[in-house]
Design a protein around this ligand. Structure first.
Ligand code: ASP
Ligand code: MG
Length: 424
């Protein structure tokens, strides 16, 4: 068994989908589970739809029409004659979205979000699976919610490993007695009450890893629009280079600090069963890509992880007491409650500083809650630079012309929160 994962960029239009079919014809020569994300920027658009529904704004129908025409245009390009049953199936999924929009709005935004946002993956997998069949690549479409079971922590569903394992054994593995290719959705799961959950943005990689873990697959391949794991994001750095081999441990660290090629939760299940992880280019599928495995021929390449749009929050007890265990407990509980991930933490005698992604949906309630007991100050629009395998020269050159608001180093990793000299 092997697992392939195709992200949004690999299925962003009809040409891209044709390329996926070619890759499967060439590389899916054994039993393969194909995990697919929503097409192109569909998830972002569905997020906008969920927000419009929740706020009751009238761009709702514009967003929905846009999503609909995007998917139907692709369908029409792939299937010249409209008689294929996939047209009805896609129409039905859009009807389901309309039902979600007609549901009375409850307090629980995250619940509504998941019931709508999951549609991106249902749409993409229906289309790709139908087009594979149409191209003579026999496959079976399966609903991932039948075997990826989570709690009802919407938008961040926590996977129930034991139950999902049982369901994979009873629902997924038997399919392979009649087909060798199963197409399913990344990112989505189901609860015991048959509601839909999502596993967190970019969670399809994690689904691929889970399914590999549950089926004892030999390897997972994540097909990307880059040649493999690079030592830096080409959006911010010139002269990037591909890393040929990484250990699971290196990969966990890099993804934890924000390397966006692989979702951070992906590595651990693979490491636990020693399943190889390949990151390869769907544009140059024959190229070797990056392999992540137990031990590698080590070369300590310097890697750079740059995160923009960060906020540095500084939290101080209102009564001028010290930052101590009891108030730290309160702060960390609040981070947990509002699901805010701290990208960097540092404390001094009277304040605790945390650097987080700027997501107002999560931060506004966090900050109001903290303000009940603390004085909360923040710097917006800062950047977080993480360097693995650093040296002083590199640090100096990257902080040139910037104000270093906070700095932290371990043996391998150097992090700094930076602000442009011109911003306030
Ligand atoms: N479609 C989801 C997202 O964009 C999941 C994924 O792409 O992995 O976040
Ligand atoms: Mg995606």
């Amino acid at each position: 068994m092997q697992v392939f994962k195709f992200g949004g960029a690999s299925v962003k239009d009809a040409t891209a989908i044709k390329n996926v079919v070619k890759i499967l014809q060439t590389f899916a020569t054994e039993k393969t589970i194909v995990v697919i994300s929503a097409m192109g920027k569909t998830t972002n658009k569905l997020e906008l739809l969920a927000q419009a529904y929740f706020k009751g704004t009238d761009d709702l129908h514009l967003i929905l029409d846009d999503l609909k025409s995007f998917h139907f245009n692709i369908l029409e390009e792939l299937f010249p004659d409209r008689s294929d049953k996939v047209f009805d199936e896609i129409e039905n999924l859009f009807t389901e979205i309309t039902w979600c929009l007609e549901e009375p709005i409850s307090e629980n935004y995250n619940y509504h979000y998941d019931q709508m946002v999951c549609m991106g993956e249902l749409l993409s997998t229906k289309i790709v699976s139908a087009y594979l069949n149409y191209s003579g690549v026999e496959n079976r479409w399966e609903d991932a919610r039948n075997f990826v079971q989570t709690d009802n922590n919407y938008r961040e569903g926590k996977v129930d490993y034991d139950l999902s394992q049982q369901l994979v054994n009873s629902q997924l593995i038997p399919l392979f007695s009649s087909v060798s290719l199963v197409v399913t959705q990344g990112f989505i799961g189901g609860t015991s009450e048959n509601y839909t959950t999502t596993l967190g943005r970019e969670g399809s990689d994690y689904t691929a890893a889970l399914l590999a873990y549950f089926t004892n697959a030999k390897q997972v391949t994540i097909w990307k629009d880059v040649e493999g794991v690079l030592n830096a994001d080409p959006k911010y750095f010139k002269n990037t280079s591909k890393i040929d081999e990484l250990t699971y441990h290196d990969a966990i660290e890099l993804t934890y600090f924000g390397t966006s090629v692989i979702h951070p939760k992906t590595i651990k299940p693979l490491q636990n069963k020693n399943i190889l992880l390949y990151v390869k280019s769907f544009i140059h599928p024959q190229a070797p890509g990056t392999v992540i495995k137990k031990s590698v021929n080590r070369v300590n390449v310097t890697s750079y992880i740059f995160k923009e749009n960060q906020i540095l929050i500084s939290i101080q007890p209102k009564d001028f007491s010290f930052i101590a265990e009891d108030n730290m407990g309160e702060i960390f509980n609040a981070l947990g409650k509002f699901k805010v991930h701290a990208n960097m933490i540092q404390n001094s005698a009277i304040s605790l500083s945390i650097c987080v992604d700027n997501d107002p949906f999560k931060l506004d309630p966090l900050i109001s809650s903290l303000q009940q007991s603390f004085k909360v100050l923040y710097n917006k629009n800062v950047q977080l630079m993480t360097i693995r395998n650093y040296n002083q020269e590199i640090i100096n050159s990257l902080s040139e012309g910037k104000i270093v608001l906070l700095e932290q180093r371990t043996r391998n990793t150097h992090q700094m929160v930076l602000q442009d000299e011109t911003s306030d």
